[in-house]
Design a protein around this ligand. Structure first.
Ligand SMILES: [Zn+2]
Length: 399
């Protein structure tokens, strides 16, 4: 059946971060290796040209040269050891994760339809991954680890990534910017590329804390060192920060009161989390929600928000899922999702919709037939109380 054909492209739309996260991790390993190579080989080259410049046939120079060559050898040997360590501790495991994830994605391409016996298994694994993602984003790390371990999907989920997030956010909750600033410096060029200014916000917060503590001299020195480099883009904020030193933390003067407001720490946590998601190419909302939006949008009907026409078996009619569905548009395929209000089953060719002659209320043939057999061929509309013979019902056709 064509309706069951697997929409591989649609499936892959959700999978970009899944493939991207280990790729980015591997790129980091690669860059660290490259930096090490450049640094060490650069030093070796300098040492070599030094020897060449000073080369004279005197014995003391020869001894120096031998010492220098020994130093060069030690450097290269250390470099070799460092790279091997990096490869075995980070490189190889990350490659393993990448391989496993690509295999997981590739396996869905070999399936033709959703009837493929492998598909439900694949979809179950995907749901497990999304549940782990949801738990991690909501600070339920133990639950996440339990699901990952129980279902054997450790390499398909990003638990380590989220422990990094938690560590840095915990520090921010304790009002320390240090960890987040280290993260910023590790990702300096990537942050600059997306024009993210989290680092300035963190620096400003450290400055505000100095002002709060009345350490004005330290605050001025801090500003010179860490805020002024941002003057091209943040001059108004820097000026305001300078004026802050004239106000105590108890001030009621509004711009300065806002700067001293402790809720800024909360905003910093949020900005950090968004920056982290952005750099890791993770969506800002749980994948589970995104997938559910797609599903809910295909079911959502105006009837879902009318207490008169709520259907117990419709996910959108459910109060909690209906809340999620508020964000999504109404279904365009109204006809493909007509659900009987009595049985909760979809009305289609095999279970046609039928209407009462006067009220026009529509229910499924199955429900009305069932009602008629129990009532000597008479059916009653539960909404309006209208009664009639089963044979008097109008058949509707699904176009
Ligand atoms: Zn509904």
């Amino acid at each position: 059946m064509s309706a069951n054909k697997l929409n591989t492209e649609g499936i892959m739309l959700f999978e970009q971060p899944f493939a991207r996260v280990p790729y980015e991790n591997y790129r980091k390993v690669f860059r660290t290796s490259q930096k090490n190579i450049e640094k060490e080989l650069g030093a070796v080259q300098t040492a070599a040209s030094d020897i060449a410049k000073r080369a004279k046939p005197e014995s003391s120079d020869a001894e120096d040269a031998i010492k220098a060559v020994d130093g060069m050898i030690t450097r290269v040997e250390n470099l070799k050891r460092k790279l091997a360590d990096l490869q075995s501790s980070s490189g190889a495991p990350t490659l393993g994760v990448m391989r496993e994830r690509f295999q997981h994605l590739m396996s869905v391409e070999t399936m033709q339809t959703t009837n493929d016996p492998e598909f439900p298994r694949w979809a179950d694994t995907r749901l497990d991954r999304w549940l782990v993602d949801w738990s991690l984003r909501n600070g339920k790390e133990k639950t996440a680890k339990m699901i990952a371990d129980d279902r054997g999907v450790e390499r398909l989920v990003d638990i380590d990534l989220f422990s990094d997030i938690r560590r840095i956010e915990d520090a921010l909750k304790q009002r320390s910017c240090a960890e987040a600033l280290v993260w910023c410096s590790e990702n300096k060029s990537a942050l600059r590329k997306v024009k993210n200014t989290l680092e300035f916000d963190l620096r400003l917060q450290e400055y505000i804390e100095l002002a709060r503590a009345g350490k004005n001299i330290e605050a001025i020195a801090y500003s010179k060192r860490h805020l002024l480099p941002w003057q091209e883009t943040h001059l108004p904020q820097i000026r305001q920060a300078s004026a802050l030193l004239c106000f105590p933390s108890t001030t009621t003067c509004s711009p300065y009161k806002r700067l001293y407001d402790l809720s800024r720490w909360h905003s910093l946590i949020q900005s950090f989390r968004l920056a982290f998601y952005n750099l890791s190419t993770l969506p800002s909302e749980p994948l589970l929600h995104l997938a559910m939006y797609a599903g809910l949008a295909s079911l959502k009907l105006p009837a879902c928000y009318d207490p008169q026409t709520k259907n117990v078996d419709c996910p959108v009619c459910d109060p909690s899922l209906g809340k999620l569905a508020e964000e999504v548009p109404f279904s365009h395929h109204v006809n493909s999702t007509i659900v009987c209000r009595l049985t909760g089953r979809i009305m289609d060719e095999d279970n046609k919709p039928m209407a009462f002659p006067n009220s026009g209320q529509v229910y499924s043939r199955e429900a009305l037939e069932d009602m008629a057999t129990r009532n000597d061929g008479i059916v009653k509309d539960p909404q309006t109380g209208e009664t009639c013979e089963f044979s008097a019902l109008r058949r509707l056709f699904i176009s």
